[in-house]
Design a protein around this ligand. Sequence first.
Ligand SMILES: [Zn+2]
Length: 252
Amino acid sequence: MTLFQRRFIFLLITFTGIILPLACYILYQSPGQGVPAASQAIEASPEAAVPGQAPLLTKPVIDKNLPELILVNKSVRMGAGQEPADLRAIHGVYLRQPAAVALQAMLDGAEREGIQGLVVYSGYRSYQTQVAVHANKIASLRSEYKEKAEAMAEKLVAPPGASEHQTGLAVDFTLKSFLDRDYVLNYDFANTAQGLWLRKNSWKYGFILRYDDGKEAITNIDYEPWHFRYVGLEYAKHIYELGVCLEEYLNL
Ligand SMILES: [Zn+2]
């Protein structure tokens, strides 16, 4: 036997006797290193959670005390002196800081997807402003509806303290092409490219369509395809997926 042959046999014994079993042992101990990605994904899913360990969080915890989940409606009103501390100017209106940041991201996102002409029409409104808005609405309906003007106005404009705009988390949109109309917030918005885009995508930026078609009996507000409410990313996603309004969501 030549020296070369002896070395070859030595290497063969070393490989099959030591290195190969060692490699098998390592692979067996850590399957994640040597198996396809799909198996790892199954291991990571909540269904495969080890008993005794908490499963992965699949939905956010609904905490009614979170500022972004504040509920304001005709039954739950804000006081005359309640004013958010972190209001900031954006696109001609005021919004609370997190909502303002999210609004800018949403407008940028819309533009990236070819959606143009969106106009931010209203944001924060103080209690006192709502007093004026409400009174003006009654006055404008008086000649047509006479003594029923108050009841009509109540359907169209929230009374003071009942407007979500006082939270600084609500925003109304209109279109450049609507600005020359008398009533810039109108139902045509629902079927425009901009209105449809907002309905489909606003949750990705933390906003929900607050007064949807079919929820009037619960929200006590007519369908408003232009009114969006900031609730934060995880809640907006959850609310969108469930197809519920904020009142329903907070009562889950
Ligand atoms: Zn509004």
